[in-house]
Design a protein. Structure first.
Length: 246
């Protein structure tokens, strides 16, 4: 399992939101490129970046920051936020981004996104499927910045995409995001049991090295960590020891 550091961009800053709420924002740095360079010293191969401004407006106003990170680090960058049409996907993939992360569109315009899997290749597209667990224990998909809940489950969505070559799914349990309450290991274990050929990126709730070890034991291909790394809850030395143990 690999560790993927995460940087959320808003107004040119590196920030974190609590459960996706824009009015519950913590600012970490006014120099996201510097944060990315520091993350690069961890030895992790991939950086997850989210353009929160793009997610809200559809405008790619943080393009310059992403381009600088691509030029100044060896990261393969996967980027989400405001990617809503084919031209934007094509532009990012030609401009230094390795993978585009597609969220609400994957649920609401599935035929379009299935076309991208075919046109650009399944390794270049990551489905970001965010869920809330209902009272029956079903993972229901949430869209539009987590403000709308779909009637579809995570399992129905992934089943629909499998025959189109889906390779990468980034799954977030919204209740765990930014809450430092630990990842939803049961959810991820069930995902991996259902779809062993799909590379799962587990996101939300990672607090410390023990959570990374639990996700590895569950079979996740990757674990995304933002706040725990930014807060220093997982140290550079711990990440190094984790990578050496792979």
């Amino acid at each position: 399992m690999i560790v993927i550091p995460a940087i959320d961009l808003k107004g040119g800053l590196c920030v974190r939101l609590f459960q996706g709420e824009f009015d519950q924002q913590t600012d970490y740095s006014n120099d996201p490129v510097s944060v990315a360079r520091e993350f690069a010293t961890l030895g992790c191969p991939i950086l997850h970046m989210v353009d929160l401004d793009g997610a809200r407006s559809g405008e790619q106003i943080n393009r310059g920051i992403v381009s600088q990170v691509a030029a100044q680090t060896a990261f393969k960058i996967q980027l989400g936020g405001g990617i809503r049409n084919t031209e934007t996907v094509r532009s990012w993939l030609a401009g230094g981004v390795s993978r585009c992360v597609i969220g609400s569109l994957a649920v609401n315009e599935a035929d379009l996104v299935k076309g991208w899997l075919s046109e650009f290749g399944p390794d270049r597209i990551v489905l970001a499927l965010d869920v809330r667990i209902n009272d029956a224990g079903e993972p229901l998909l949430a869209t539009h910045g987590w403000t709308q809940e779909s009637r579809s489950t995570l399992w129905q969505c992934v089943d629909d995409y499998r025959e189109h070559g889906l390779e990468h799914v980034l799954c977030t349990d919204i209740s765990r995001d930014g809450a430092m309450s630990g990842p939803n290991i049961d959810l991820y274990r069930e995902f991996i049991n259902r779809y062993p050929a799909i590379r799962l990126q587990a996101s939300g709730g990672v607090r410390h090295l023990g959570d990374l070890e639990s996700l590895r034991e569950a079979g996740a291909a990757a674990a995304i960590s933002g706040r725990a790394l930014l807060d220093g809850r997982i140290s550079k030395e711990e990440i190094a020891s984790f990578l050496r143990a792979e």
